[in-house]
Write a new protein. Structure first.
Length: 725
C-alpha cells in the first residue's frame, strides 16, 4: 500500500500544512491526491514507485506556488507520467477552479490519452472528472462546404479557387450519407477509409470562413458540437499545435482562457521546435503572383453574384488594382532574389541565407514597397467580410443575399493567404536586426520555377514568454528527454525560462525571465542487466559519408541476424536508400522501409510478422526514433547507423550557430552536442519499454569513442552495459 504522505523523501519537510494560505497545497488537496493514488494502485495491483510519488509531489507543490508556477520533469520510461500528472493536477485544479489542458505532441498521442489513460484513471482512482479531446477546426467537416460541393451548381464560390476536383464527388457523397446516418461524426481522424488531403481541404474551413451561429448548418456542425463539450470538461486533451494556435489568437479562442488553465505539456522536448515552426513565415513569389489572379477573379465574381451593389463593385475594382500593384511588387522582389548567390543543399534545392538575418538594403526596400499594397488588400477583404456579415445579420438587403454565406469560405482562404504574405513582407521589410532585438533567421530558397522567402525565429523562448508563460496560470512540462548531458540548461534556454536568479539568458533581462522548478527522475529499469550497447569496430567514420554508409550496409546483414526483430535508424534519405539498395535479398524481403507505406501500416505489418513467428526489420529515419512503441519481441535490436547530428546545412541551424558564434560562444558544444544527446536517448529508448523487456543497441559510429565529446554522450545515456569492439 502506498504511504500516506505524497511528498518525496527529500522534500517532506518543506511541504505546506493545512493551515497554509489560500492557493497553497492544503491538507485537503494532499488527502485527495493520496487517496486517488492509493485507490488507483490497489485497483491495478501496482506497487507505489518512488519516481512516480516524487513526480506527484513535485507537481502538486509547483501548481500551488504563489507565482512562477512552471515545472520541468524529466521522467524516464516506466515512470508512469500520465497517471502522475493527472492524479496530482485534478484535485488541485478543482480546488482552484481551473481547467486542465493536456498537450501532446501528436494526434495519435492525444487519442491514446483520451481512449486509454484517462478512462483507466477515472474508473480506478475514485476521482470523478470529465474529459474531452480538442482538435482544431480544420480537423472537422464543414457541412456547409460539403453541401456546396454537392449542390447542382457545384458551389460556384469554390470554383473561383479551383477547389472542386470532380474525382472527389463520390467521396463527398459518401461523407454526406455517413454523416446523416450518424455513422461518422465529421472528424477527419475518425473517417474510415482513404481521405486525400486535397479532398479534405475542400470540405473544411477556419475561423474566418465560418458564419458561426448564422450558418444554415450550425446545429449540425461537428466542430461546434465538439467545442460545446469542452466548456464543461475538467480535462481537455489537445496537442501542441492547437495550444500554440489558440495562444497566438490571444487565448480562449478554442481552449479555456490561459489565466484559468493549468497546462500539462507531455513530450515537451518538442515544444521549442513546434514554436519555431508555428511562427515561421513563408512566401513563394510565383505562387503568390498566381494568387493575385485569384484575388482579382474572386472579388469581381463576388460582386457579380451579389447583384453588383455599387459599394461592392467599387471595392472589387480597388482590390483588382491592388492585386495588379502587388504582382508588380513581387516581380521587383524576384529580381533582387535572382541577384543573390545560392549554394546547393542536399542536392535538391539552392539556398541563400542572410548572415545574422540582415537582408540587403535593396531587397528590404522592395519588401517595404509591397507592405502598403498588401495592407490595402487586407483592408479590402476585411470590408467585404463586414458586408457579408451585415447581410447575414439582416442589416443589408442586396439583390442576392443568399450568396453571402457561400462566399465566406472563399473569403477565408483569401484572408488567410493575405495574412501569411503580409507577415513575410513585414518581416523582410524590417530585416535589419537591431541590437538586443529578436533574433530572426532569414533565407531564400531557389527552385526551378520559383523563389521562396522564409523567416524563422531563432529564439522560441521570447515567443513562448509573450504567448505562454506570461498569461498562463501554471505550466508543467514533462518528457523522457528534457536534459542534455545531465542538465536542464539547454532546454531552459531555448524555451525562455531559467532555473534560478543566478542563471541569466543571453539577450534577456534576467529579472524578467520566469523561474522554473525542475525534477529529474531516473527510469526504474535495471538497464545493466537487460540492455547492452555495442559499438562495433568499423574501418570508416562518418566524416566520409559514402564510405561509412557502405561499411554500415556491409555489416548490416550480420547485425540483423542477431534477433528476429530490429529497428534500423538512418540519418538521411540518401543513407537509407543506399543501405536498402545494398541489402541482400534474403534480408530485403523481410525489411519494411519508411516511404514504402504509411508509418502505421508498416508498424502493423511488422507486428503481424512477429506474431506469426517470422523475422521483420523496420528501416526508417528520425520519425521512427521516438513515439514508436515496440515492446518485447517486436524490437530486440535497435541499430543506429550514425550519431543524429542535425543536417549541417539546415538554414535555421546554421543561423542559430552563427548567432552563438557572434556572442563568442561555442555552438558545437552548446547546441549540437546537447541536441545529439537528446536524440540519441530517444533513439535508444525504443528498445526497453517495460521492466521485463531486454535487447541490444548497436551504434555504428565510432566517434563516441574517438572524439572528445563521445564520452559525454555515452555518459548521458541510461546505464546500459557497454561493449566497445
Amino acid at each position: 500500500m502506498a504511504e500516506r504522505s505524497i511528498e518525496s523523501p527529500t522534500d517532506a519537510a518543506t511541504a505546506p500544512d493545512a493551515a497554509a494560505p489560500s492557493g497553497a497545497l492544503t491538507a485537503a488537496m494532499k488527502d485527495a491526491i493520496q487517496d486517488a493514488y492509493r485507490a488507483w494502485l490497489a485497483a491495478r495491483d501496482f506497487r507505489p514507485r518512488r519516481g512516480q510519488r516524487e513526480m506527484i509531489a513535485f507537481i502538486a507543490r509547483t501548481l500551488t506556488q504563489h507565482d512562477h508556477r512552471f515545472g520541468l520533469i524529466e521522467a524516464g520510461t516506466g515512470t508512469g507520467k500520465t497517471a502522475a500528472y493527472v492524479l496530482a493536477a485534478v484535485p488541485v485544479a478543482r480546488a482552484l477552479g481551473k481547467q486542465i489542458v493536456i498537450g501532446t505532441a501528436t494526434i495519435a498521442l492525444q487519442e491514446q490519452v483520451v481512449l486509454r489513460d484517462l478512462p483507466d484513471l477515472v474508473s480506478r482512482s475514485g476521482l470523478d472528472f470529465s474529459f474531452q479531446i480538442a482538435k482544431g477546426r480544420g480537423r472537422y467537416l464543414c457541412v456547409k462546404r460539403l453541401d456546396d460541393h454537392l449542390r447542382a451548381d457545384g458551389g460556384q464560390a469554390s470554383l473561383v479557387l479551383d477547389e472542386q476536383p470532380a474525382d472527389h464527388q463520390q467521396l463527398y457523397q459518401s461523407m454526406l450519407e455517413q454523416f446523416m446516418r450518424r455513422a461518422w461524426n465529421g472528424g477527419q481522424d475518425d473517417w474510415d477509409g482513404e481521405l486525400p488531403t486535397d479532398a479534405w481541404r475542400g470540405v473544411t474551413t477556419d475561423h474566418r470562413g465560418c458564419a458561426n451561429k448564422r450558418c444554415t448548418f450550425f446545429k449540425q456542425c461537428p466542430f461546434f458540437r465538439a467545442r460545446g463539450d469542452l466548456e464543461g470538461a475538467d480535462v481537455v486533451v489537445a496537442n501542441h499545435d492547437l495550444i500554440l494556435s489558440d495562444l497566438a489568437l490571444g487565448g480562449g479562442a478554442v481552449l479555456s482562457e490561459p489565466q484559468d488553465t493549468i497546462y500539462l505539456i507531455d513530450e515537451a522536448h518538442h515544444l521549442p521546435n513546434k514554436t519555431q515552426s508555428h511562427f515561421t513565415a513563408r512566401m513563394r513569389l510565383a505562387g503568390t503572383r498566381a494568387w493575385t489572379d485569384q484575388l482579382r477573379t474572386a472579388s469581381g465574381t463576388l460582386a457579380q453574384r451579389l447583384g453588383r451593389p455599387e459599394s461592392l463593385v467599387e471595392l472589387a475594382v480597388t482590390l483588382s488594382g491592388a492585386a495588379d500593384e502587388l504582382a508588380g511588387a513581387l516581380v521587383d522582389i524576384e529580381g533582387h532574389c535572382q541577384d543573390l548567390d545560392y549554394g546547393e543543399r542536399d542536392g535538391e534545392v539552392a539556398v541563400h541565407r542572410f548572415p545574422l538575418g540582415e537582408v540587403p538594403a535593396a531587397l528590404v526596400a522592395a519588401n517595404r514597397s509591397a507592405e502598403p499594397v498588401i495592407a490595402s488588400v487586407d483592408s479590402g477583404l476585411a470590408r467585404i467580410r463586414s458586408y457579408l456579415q451585415q447581410i447575414l445579420e439582416g442589416e443589408l438587403d442586396w439583390a442576392e443575399p443568399s450568396e453571402a454565406e457561400e462566399w465566406l469560405p472563399v473569403l477565408s482562404q483569401l484572408e488567410g493567404r493575405t495574412a501569411g504574405v503580409a507577415a513575410l513582407l513585414r518581416d523582410f521589410a524590417g530585416a535589419a536586426n537591431a541590437s538586443g532585438g529578436p533574433r530572426i533567421a532569414r533565407w531564400v530558397v531557389q527552385s526551378d520555377l520559383d523563389y521562396e522567402l522564409v523567416s524563422a525565429p531563432v529564439d522560441p523562448g521570447g515567443i513562448l514568454d509573450e504567448q505562454f508563460w506570461s498569461p498562463a496560470h501554471a505550466v508543467i512540462m514533462t518528457s523522457a528527454t528534457l536534459t542534455s548531458l545531465g542538465r536542464f540548461d539547454a532546454f531552459l534556454g531555448r524555451i525562455g525560462l531559467r532555473l534560478d536568479a543566478s542563471v541569466a539568458l543571453p539577450n534577456a533581462d534576467a529579472e524578467a525571465v520566469p523561474l522554473a522548478a525542475t525534477l529529474r527522475i531516473a527510469s526504474p529499469f535495471d538497464y545493466p542487466n537487460i540492455a547492452e550497447l555495442v559499438v562495433p569496430k568499423l574501418a570508416v567514420e562518418p566524416s566520409d559519408p559514402a564510405a561509412h554508409t557502405d561499411a554500415v550496409a556491409e555489416r548490416l546483414p550480420q547485425l540483423l541476424s542477431v534477433a528476429r526483430s530490429a529497428l534500423v535508424l538512418c540519418t538521411s534519405w540518401r543513407q537509407l536508400r543506399r543501405i536498402v539498395e545494398l541489402l541482400p535479398e534474403t534480408y530485403a524481403a523481410r525489411a519494411l522501409v519508411q516511404g514504402d507505406s504509411a508509418k502505421q501500416v508498416l508498424l502493423a505489418t511488422h507486428r503481424e510478422r512477429i506474431d506469426a513467428g517470422e523475422a521483420s526489420y523496420l528501416i526508417g529515419l528520425a520519425s521512427f526514433a521516438e513515439g514508436v512503441d515496440l515492446p518485447d519481441d517486436y524490437c530486440r535490436h535497435v541499430i543506429i547507423t550514425k550519431l543524429p547530428f542535425a543536417v549541417p546545412d539546415d538554414p535555421l541551424s546554421e543561423a542559430t550557430a552563427e548567432w552563438l558564434e557572434a556572442e563568442g560562444r561555442n555552438p558545437f558544444f552548446e547546441l549540437q552536442v546537447p541536441d545529439v544527446a537528446m536524440k540519441l536517448i530517444q533513439a535508444c529508448g525504443r528498445l526497453i519499454r517495460h521492466e521485463g523487456d531486454y535487447g541490444r543497441i548497436t551504434l555504428l559510429d565510432r566517434r563516441v569513442v574517438t572524439r572528445r565529446y563521445g564520452r559525454t554522450l555515452l555518459e548521458s545515456l541510461p546505464p546500459y552495459r557497454v561493449t566497445v569492439e
